[in-house]
Each structure stands twice: as structure tokens, then as C-alpha cells.
Design a protein around this ligand. Sequence first.
Ligand code: EZ4
Ligand code: CO
Length: 408
Amino acid sequence: MKIVAAEVIVTSPDRNFVTLKITTEDGIVGLGDGTLNGRELSVASYLADHVVPLLLGRDAHQIEDTWQFLYRSAYWRRGPVTMTAIAAVDVALWDIKAKAAGMPLYQLLGGASRTGVMAYGHASGRDTEELFDSVRHHLEEGFRSIRVQTSVPGIDAVYGVPATRSAGRAHHYEPAQRAPLPAEEDWDTGAYLRHVPTVFEAVRGEFGADLPLLHDAHHRLTPIQAARLGRDLEPYDLFWLEDCTPAENQDALRLVRQHTTTPLAIGEVLNTVWDYQTLVREQLIDYVRSSVTHTGGVTALRRLLDFAAQYQVKSGIHGPTDISPVGFAAGLHLDLAIHNFGIQEYMPHGALTNEVFRQTFTFGDGYLHPGTAPGLGVELDEEAAGRFPYQPAYLPFNRLKDGTVHDW
Ligand code: EZ4
Ligand code: CO
């Protein structure tokens, strides 16, 4: 089944998305997500200039061969741009294969291993009252596991906490801002370490012992600081503490592990199975945070999660709004099929995004399901996509009080 067309579509409903649309000779269309937050056009160019010409005439059914060809023939391996571009191709080909088979993708991955996919949402607040409102709002929306992020006294803008509210309702947190330059935020690790345990104490007091709670330290701590935070949070029984140290420093986790039993999750900025060699083999983490989109697609993330499974490390697939509905759906099919599923992050997309990407997944009482439509279950409305041209948007960055650039 020959590939006869491949097209890169950049659209910006609510935020920027890069989509690869592959068409076969018998008219089957597959979609792949190539969205890399704040660097969208580099992946669009990688695909349009260097990958699309290689795809034309290839057999759409040869997914593994195409993956290996794109990975090895470039010579320059790994890295977020390359692996996101390969993911876009891989996911589009899986979408095509599943549509050709007339089955939802999870059937081709071995079939469902569970009835639904447990999802967590993002509660946040600038103070305790706002945070409690946000947790309640998420419970009303159907979430049964909740990530808690909070402002820190003395710091103006903190990761995971929107600057404004509307009508007392929590905005869903969207980190990228449409602007020609990245926003500058400030950071004080000491104030953060003193404040966060008091917030979890309050949340446990209000919502009880049973609610699974998560927290993201977003790469900001040194190993010994992370060890202290993990230990200080032990009384509040977290589902996980995410990205406690910068993810590329695999060795750092040894020290953290020696000091705390708080479960650790890492990996949204990692791209390949190689980035997890030490983390998984030495059992330094409990959850893999990679997305399908940034890790070379379904083919590569499946391989990574199968490796992790041998060490009882589970999945925690990244699902922020900067993964498009196409990449999100691909993650849901994997979640349903693999044995070592842990939890799925779910940050609902905006209304405009849902107009451009028609989706079949469902959510209720804590669980997501990708639906039973053939393929991924996502269709792109190209007319709607065309109404939202690319707009420059960037993630913020951090400076300490003395002006030093810090991890964001
Ligand atoms: O900051 O997706 O766990 N989720 C996260 C996200 C990331 C953004 C970066 O593009 O850390 O909010
Ligand atoms: Co994160």
C-alpha cells in the first residue's frame, strides 16, 4: 500500500500544533502529531524538507522498517526535533494500518488489558482557598486523581499556576504564552521547599487520605534538595513526585532514592529508550513520563515501556495541551494495551482545538477510553485548521533573585 502524499499542517487553535497527514494509494489517510512546544516550526521543516520526500512511494505497512530507516539513515540520532518528526510518521502509519484493518489501534497492539485508563487532572491555586476550589472543580469534572501545584509566598509567577481566574473557576493551566519572547518568571528554591509540605498537609486534611495526589517539581532541585522534599512529603502519600531533579542527570536519582520512598516519575523531556538506561536498570524511578509524540512514536514508546516493565517501572504518559489530540489518542491506545500501565495525564484541550481535531475518546468517573473507531479515532478538519495560522508562542523561563538563569 504505497504512500502517495504526505503533508505538514501547522495550525493554532488555542495553541500551535504540527500534524503530518499521510495518504495512501487506496485513499486511506493517517495522522501523526509533530508538536514540539515553542519549537514547532523546526519539526515542521524537518518533516516537510527532509522526511516527506523520503516517504513518497514507500509501503505504508512497513512501520518498523520506516522507523529504522528514518532513525539510522539521518546518521544524527536522538534529540527532540528528530524524535518528534519520526513520531509524526510512525503514528500516522499506525493510524493507517489500523484503519486498513478496520480496528481501533489498541487491537493491533495486543488488545485491551483493562476497561479504562485512569487519568489525573491539574489542580492549582494561588492560595489554599483557590487550590481547594480547583480540586473540587476537578472532582466535579470527573477526575479521581489530581496533581497539586501551588503558588509560593514571595514568588510572583510559579509553574503550574495560572495568573488569572474567571468567575471563581479554575482555568486549565496552559504553560506556553503567545508572544514573540519567552516570559520571565522568578524562583526561590528555599521558599518552595518550606511551603509545599504545608500545602499537601492542608489538602490531605480537606480531601482525606484516599485521593491520589501528584506533584511536579519541574526540574528545579538539586539531588539533596529533592531528597529532602521527597522525605518531607512522605506523610502525605503522593502517587508520585515528578521531575524532582533535571531529567538528563540520571545519576542524580541514586542519591534521591537513598533518602525517600516517595515514588518518582521522570522523562517528559527525554526522547529515547537510551535516556532511561540507568533510570530503569537501577530502578531509580517508578514511572516513565515520555509521550508518544516526543519519543519516536508508538513503536519506540512501546519498546521503552516493555523495557521498563521488566523492572516493575510503570507508564505515566505525558498528556499536556502541547501534545495534540492526535498524539494524545496514540497514548491512550498504548495505555489500554500495555500491561505496565500506571496513570495517564489529562489536560483537556480548548474548544477551538476540539473544532479542528474531531475526537472519539471518552472521559468519565476518572477513566479515559480511546473509543472503538478504526485507527486513532481522530480526524482533522482542514478547513477549520486553515482558519488558525501559526502564532509565535514560548514557554517561560526562570531567574533567581540575583539574575541567574534557573531551570523552569
Ligand atoms: O511543562 O508540557 O507534567 N507536565 C508538564 C507540562 C510541561 C509542558 C512543556 O511543554 O510538566 O506542563
Ligand atoms: Co511535568
